[in-house]
Design a binder for this molecule. Structure first.
Ligand code: EPU
Length: 436
């Protein structure tokens, strides 16, 4: 069953809201489920994924897998995705769907593993800076593959795929995932040093082990994979979305509210929770819940880094929070080169943020006023919605298809905890002449 793409010309209209209060259930992780779907390429038979979030990137990944020959049944309401590869997958990934999501590059490792070749267009995704794939390609070359660059993408072939000792320049999430996936069915042992350690990598490795892979060290900087002749399709529950949980935790503190978040793994959020507490929030951790409330907000400094550092995917939301803290905070962005593009939009609301290279000085408390925000990526879009909750007047967040990529049903879920937010067709909104 397919799903229709979300209309992209809607806008969110956000108004100053009372403190948010109530319960939000957090779905499965965007940045895990897309990789789990790609990993299904590695095994013949039926893969069943549960806790699948109803986000827009999931049907796009389903289309990519269909283009590779899979039968995909997507029950987004029930959170289940069933993928069946009866025959050997095609090796040529469909360019139109691939160009729409960054995670499409995660098909590279499994295809090279299973069918020993792959042709894939360069992936799309957010506009947050240069997003090369040379670490993915160099790692596969070390495993015996040859890479040919085409104008529109790459072709990778490996007559023989063997284990290798690979040291990544940077603990890239995508490169670690692709190399682990290819290595599960390569000849011999692969050692990846300076590997990414994100919870989503651990989820993927857990899934691969369930499929029969031999992997040690998932979550550590060194991952070792002993290749096996083949994997078996299995069922797996996607890990919770720590970034969604973190976004709502910020919303609770920002609005001086009190939110209970369910289906969370607090241990995946150690650093953001530490910073939230330093900013004055009260955070109660349960086994799979988080309760976050706040009154006065204090400034804090934070530095984005690969896990277990502070996640870059929560940087814009945190900037909004700190704009409402009494004093000056500093943020240093180390993962993406253009992730401060949100600041330009946020300044339109009255935020006092000064950028110097990859540092941002955030001066609070800035009284925020509604503005029209656009050109935002998935996290900046979410941050724009948060800012609107504490701004005077009306905030219009355009290009909401970006937010749809990572957050399902934002409007009903936020409304259920007291947010004044609605989603309307852009044509229903009268914009100031400067923004029309
Ligand atoms: N990089 C290279 N060359 C490579 C690989 C990466 O230069 O071969 C650079 C990137 O340009 C970037 C940095 O290394 O500056 C980090 O990239 P990484 O490979 O770690 O990130 P990714 O796999 O492309 C995933 C998430 C991102 C998240 C990052 C970092 C998915 C689909 N995306 O991207 O999620 O920010 O890891 O944690 O898993 C989001 O959800 O909003 C989002 C952007």
């Amino acid at each position: 069953m397919g799903t229709s793409p979300t209309p992209s010309d809607d806008v969110f209209v956000v108004r100053r809201s009372a403190p948010l209060s109530g319960t939000i259930r957090v779905p499965g992780a965007k940045n895990s489920v897309l990789k789990l779907m790609a990993a299904s390429i590695l095994a013949p038979g039926e893969t069943v994924l549960s806790n699948v979030p109803a986000i827009a990137d999931v049907p796009v990944m389903a289309d990519i897998l269909r283009g590779l020959g899979a039968d995909v049944d997507l029950d987004l309401a029930g959170g289940v995705c069933t993928i069946v590869f009866d025959d050997e997958p095609d090796w040529h990934a469909p360019a139109d769907a691939v160009s729409r999501i960054r995670a499409s590059i995660s098909c590279l490792g499994p295809l090279v593993g299973r069918v020993r070749r792959c042709r894939i267009a360069l992936p799309g995704g957010d506009d947050i800076g240069k997003r090369g794939i040379e670490m993915h390609l160099e790692g596969l070359e070390a495993m015996g593959a040859t890479v040919v660059q085409h104008a529109d993408g790459v072709e990778v072939r490996a007559e023989e795929l063997h284990g290798a000792q690979i040291t990544l320049d940077f603990p890239s999430v995508g490169a670690t995932e692709n190399l682990v996936m290819a290595a599960t069915v390569a000849e011999g042992r692969t050692i990846i040093d300076n590997a990414a350690r994100e919870p989503e990598i651990q989820d993927l490795c857990g899934f691969l082990v369930e499929m029969g892979a031999r992997i040690e060290g998932a979550g550590d900087p060194r991952i070792e994979v002993e290749g096996v002749p083949g994997l078996t399709a299995v069922s797996w529950r996607t890990c919770p979305d720590r970034i969604e949980a973190g976004t709502w935790a910020v919303a609770a503190a920002l609005t001086r509210g009190d939110l209970l978040l369910e289906n969370v793994r607090p241990g995946d959020l150690t650093m953001p929770l530490m910073k939230l507490r330093a900013a004055g929030a009260v955070v109660e951790e349960g086994a799979d819940t988080l309760r976050v409330k706040a009154e006065d907000l204090e400034p804090v400094n934070f530095v984005t880094l690969p896990y277990p550092g502070f996640p870059t995917d929560m940087q814009p939301q945190f900037m909004v929070l700190l704009s409402q803290a009494q004093g000056t905070s500093m943020c240093t962005e180390n993962v993406f080169e253009s992730r401060f593009s949100f600041v330009e939009q946020f300044r339109k609301m009255g935020a006092d943020i000064e950028i110097d290279g990859h540092h941002a000085l955030i001066r609070g408390v800035s009284p925020l006023r509604g503005a029209v925000l656009d050109g935002l990526d998935v996290r900046a879009g979410a941050a724009g919605v948060l800012a609107g909750l504490v701004a005077e007047g009306e905030t219009i967040v355009r290009d909401v298809h970006h937010v749809d990529r990572g957050y399902a049903d934002v409007v009903p879920r936020l409304r259920s905890v007291g947010a004044d937010v609605e989603r309307v067709p852009a044509s229903d909104v009268e914009l100031p002449a400067s923004d029309a």
